[in-house]
Design a binder for this molecule. Structure first.
Ligand SMILES: C[S+](C)CC[C@H](N)C(=O)O
Ligand SMILES: N[C@@H](CCS)C(=O)O
Ligand SMILES: [Zn+2]
Length: 325
């Protein structure tokens, strides 16, 4: 294997910051794939022609997207599996059984590795429980979020990602609810057996979408003591507003000064969950250069973009990472 294991890379190179790719679902949409459906960006992989016809239009689009993110400077990229839970797929597509699901997810991971080659890092991404009911930007998980069986929901995807050596890291993305966060943090190495990170979905005003403060999150992590899973490699924020993201990361850093962080904000546009479109919000107040510098000051080790960020954004992230490390 060409790649150093990630924990070794970060430990041996204390100033190394990896450039991540941008928003894949929205970039696929920009390139002509209709992602407005219940499994969102996973949709092209469900079609048999994606696997049977190597020159299919959708396959070309996904390959081209990986290629353009790498040309922009991405060193670590993601599988397009945000809304590919067994529940989402089995309720909304012809994939109904665990063997069919395992076969599909394995094909997606292996295809992604082929696209990016052996020297880049690959993250197996997992969207939150709320993604399948589209509440990752509200954190509203109903009257009893503490009673949801998160493990049952995540287990099929986790078991596949744990055992596939093409993946270097598992990424829980856009987590908006503290009960879901606590559940993930409670899982030991028998459940999460490879390095993982948690990306929090944080409101513009600086609290988790359900109202939990960054200080409270810091206390939850510190309170784990020796029950903390050693595979928890990074904590951070994703799909948060571009303008507010440096302040949010700063408050997470203050709460957990020794924690390696990651940050990949969205463009600042706001998602309309009914129409599945992005609406303009406020103008960008900062450049990537300013934002990336601040992320690095607060201990970020992986930096990239989320929804509505493109290869052009990642080129700016890459230039800033080179400048400040
Ligand atoms: C990060 S959001 C844009 C993902 C899509 C959403 N869960 C949906 O189903 O429309
Ligand atoms: N990795 C996902 C995150 C959505 S919030 C994507 O970029 O499409
Ligand atoms: Zn996003």
């Amino acid at each position: 294997m060409v790649r150093l294991p990630l924990h070794e890379l970060f430990f041996k190179n204390p100033h190394k910051v990896l450039v991540l790719d941008g928003g894949q679902g929205t970039e696929m949409e920009n390139r002509g794939i209709k992602v407005a459906n219940p499994v969102w960006s996973t949709i092209p992989f469900v079609d048999r022609s994606f696997w049977e016809d190597k020159s299919s239009a959708h396959r070309r689009i996904v390959e081209g997207m990986f290629d353009d993110f790498m040309k922009a400077g991405a060193e670590i990229l993601m599988t397009v599996t945000y809304q590919a839970s067994f529940k989402s797929l089995s309720e909304n597509t012809p994939i109904k059984t665990l063997p069919a699901y395992t076969n599909l997810l394995t094909k997606i991971v292996d295809f992604s590795r082929e696209c990016i080659g052996e020297d880049k890092y690959l993250i197996g991404t997992i969207g939150p429980w709320g993604a399948h009911v589209c509440c990752e930007f509200t954190g509203n998980y109903g009257p009893h979020p503490e009673s949801i069986n998160y493990y049952e929901y995540f287990r099929p995807q986790l078991e596949i990602f744990n055992t596939n050596d093409n993946l270097d890291l598992i990424g829980f993305e856009t987590i908006p609810n503290v009960h879901e966060l606590k559940a993930i943090l409670s899982w030991d190495e028998s459940i999460l057996s490879k390095p993982f990170y948690i990306g929090l979905s944080v409101h513009e005003n600086g609290v988790l979408r359900d109202g939990t403060t960054m200080e409270q999150i810091g206390d939850i992590i510190k309170g784990l003591g020796n029950r903390r899973n050693p595979n928890l490699l990074l904590l951070g924020i994703n799909c948060v507003s571009f303008n507010e993201s440096p302040d949010i990361l700063e408050s997470l850093h203050r709460a957990l000064p020794d924690m390696p962080l990651l940050a990949y904000p969205n463009s600042g546009e706001v998602y309309d969950t009914e129409k599945k479109i992005w609406n303009a919000n406020s103008d960008k107040l900062n450049s990537w250069d300013t934002v990336v510098k601040r992320y690095i000051d607060y201990g970020a080790r992986i930096i990239g973009g989320c929804c509505r960020t493109s290869p052009a954004d990642i080129a700016e992230v890459s230039a800033a990472v080179k400048k400040y490390t």
